[in-house]
Ligand binder design. Structure first.
Ligand code: SAM
Length: 263
């Protein structure tokens, strides 16, 4: 006896054939889509890899440029205008004519050192109450005031700009620091630096160049010279530090007399 019921179940009907076809089409489509994905991944991987390599190289290059940066007279921050004067004591930019008669003059514009950088400069120099700190081109007096306030050091600010010299003198009086701090309204290139045991500078490269022979002649052995952002050309620093302020890298160079220039 033939079991027609079973026979009918096992033989694929038209509907089953359609289902099978659909499955085959679906499988082919899935394979095609998978291949397209693999192909896209291969195509994208190449540029992404080279982009990440370029990014890395750029970052490294940036870092190296920052470290090796050499400032010139036209460089930041000296081409930036200063902020408005904080005191009415005198107009900034005004110079006593008697101080500039024989060719002397302003060898750097006024750009204040951020206070966190001033703190770091004095800290790495190891200033103590036994020191005599000279800030050459002392601006608003922030370096000499901090040296006296924080370390009890005697300090002398030399500033050619009449307005700034008056402003800083007033600040010293207000803070009752006259016994420790002296502001000289004068030309730093004509100032006797022999009493200094610490000298701080934030001047143009050409100014540091002019100053170097004076420092070499006047400063006693053991004196420390600390320069913000602009190194002393031809000198060898015993320590170099960087400090970030508002996303800007500030450089600090510490020199010891006579190691800085005696080979
Ligand atoms: C970049 S500012 C530095 C101010 C301060 N030392 C500081 O770090 O905040 C340079 C200063 O040097 C002063 N200066 C320029 N030429 C000078 C000179 N021949 N004698 C004395 N001061 C001078 C400028 O008036 C200015 O205040």
């Amino acid at each position: 006896m033939i079991d027609h019921g079973n026979f009918l179940k096992k033989t694929p009907g038209r509907q089953d054939r359609r289902h099978n076809k659909a499955r085959i089409v679906f499988a082919v489509l899935a394979i095609v889509v998978a291949h397209v994905f693999v192909l896209l991944a291969i195509l994208l991987a190449q540029p992404l890899w080279s982009m990440s390599k370029t990014g890395l190289a750029l970052a490294q290059d940036n870092q190296e440029t920052k470290q090796k940066r050499v400032y010139t007279n036209d460089d930041w921050p000296f081409n930036q205008p200063r902020q408005s004067p904080s005191s009415s004591a005198g107009r900034e930019g005004e110079t006593n004519p008697s101080l500039t008669t024989d060719g002397g003059g302003k060898i750097a514009p006024y750009v204040p050192t951020p206070m966190s950088v001033v703190e770091k400069m004095l800290e790495i120099t190891g200033v103590t109450a036994k020191d005599v700190v000279y800030d050459l081109g002392s601006g608003d007096g922030r370096v000499v005031v901090l040296a006296a306030q924080k370390y009890g050091a005697k300090s002398v600010g030399v500033e050619l700009d009449r307005g700034l010299a008056r402003e800083s003198t007033e600040k010293v009086q207000e803070l009752k620091l006259e016994s420790l701090v002296t502001i000289i309204e004068g030309d730093l290139l004509k100032t006797d630096l022999k009493p200094a045991t610490v000298v701080t500078v934030y001047l143009l490269p050409s100014a540091n160049e002019q100053l170097r022979p004076i420092l070499e002649k006047d400063l006693a052995s053991g004196t420390r010279v600390v320069a913000h952002d602009i190194s002393i050309p031809g000198w060898k620093a015993t320590q170099e530090e960087t400090i970030q302020v508002d996303g800007v890298t500030h450089f600090i160079y510490l020199y010891r007399i006579p190691d800085a220039f005696r080979r």
